[in-house]
Design a protein around this ligand. Structure first.
Ligand code: PDD
Length: 283
């Protein structure tokens, strides 16, 4: 089945799907996006993702390209036309096309693009069983990381450094030595005392939908956690480390920079929470 992309009202062969050279997303990274997981035909946390998409648009005063209900119908159609049963749907909204000039253009019409791709649960499972390495990098991003903007250059540079060092992800560290989040994931630790910790949400990190869903599951199960920033030293000394995102779900981390975490195997709490989240997605 060949891939199909949705671009401003049209379903096009993926290879021929294009936007205008003066789209503000292309010229100014003036746009927002979402990545939503689909697992065995079920969209995971669709409402949370769409709430966040609308919030990102509102924060940047980008007009909605269409109402929420028709957008959901386009999502369904993109999944259907791409035959995606397990995978990811990508939604991007930009401020639209206009002659290049920094201020918001009067009368520009927002652009909407959607693509979908298949992913493999087996591959994800294997990675989770093995665990992954992360590196730490300075967080050089702007101060509104809560907005899911397509302006991702620092994230791209961080991930590239991780890949070049043989790692899966880069955890970013702020000027105070506190971990903010991964380049495309949220960061979690179980500290030396056995306390589960992830950073509180504010302008410093993206409010991950996977993170929020897992926190809700923890509450339901009566598993305690702390919402606070943890330092790079705490990360290195942690008993367990893991990360969450729409594409990684819950992924155990076994190495930070050159240091093994615990005994170099995925930790028991990380494995348990991966299972809890998997069950949540599958049911
Ligand atoms: N990334 N932090 C950042 C900076 C992210 O880009 C993401 C998501 C997350 C996790 O959020 P969620 O659980 O809602 O996926 C945290 C997506 C997957 C991406 O850019 O591909």
């Amino acid at each position: 089945m060949s891939r199909i992309a949705y671009v401003n009202g049209q379903y096009l062969p993926h290879n021929h799907a294009t936007v205008h050279i003066e789209d503000r997303g292309y010229q100014f990274a003036d746009g927002v996006y979402e990545v939503i997981p689909i697992v065995m035909g079920k969209m995971i946390d669709e409402n949370g993702h769409l709430d966040r998409l609308w919030r990102s648009m509102e924060e940047l005063q980008i007009d909605e390209p269409m109402k929420r209900r028709p957008l959901q119908l386009v999502m369904q159609e993109v999944l259907r036309q791409n035959g995606v049963d397990t995978g990811l749907i990508y939604i991007q909204v930009t401020r639209g096309v206009s002659r290049r000039d920094h201020p918001f253009p009067a009368g520009a019409v927002s652009s909407l693009v959607m693509t979908a791709k298949k992913t493999s649960l087996e591959k994800s499972e294997k990675k989770a069983e093995e665990g992954v390495a992360v590196i730490t990098v300075p967080d050089i991003r702007w101060k509104r990381r809560d907005i899911k903007s397509v302006s991702l250059l620092p994230n791209v540079l961080a991930k590239q450094e991780a890949v070049e060092k043989g790692a899966y992800e880069a955890f970013q560290v702020d000027e105070d030595g506190l971990v903010t989040e991964g380049s495309s994931t949220n960061a979690w630790i179980v500290n030396k005392e056995g306390v589960l910790i992830t950073r509180q949400t504010d302008h410093n990190i993206l409010a991950g939908i996977t993170r929020a869903a897992l926190l809700e599951l923890l509450e339901k199960k009566g598993i305690k956690f702390e919402l606070r920033a943890f330092s790079e030293d705490e990360l290195h000394d942690a008993r367990e480390v893991f990360l969450t995102s729409s594409s990684s779900y819950v992924q155990p981390v076994i190495k930070v920079n050159d240091k093994m975490i615990g005994n170099g195997q995925p930790g028991s709490i990380s494995i348990e929470l991966r299972g809890v989240f998997k069950e949540y997605m599958e049911n």
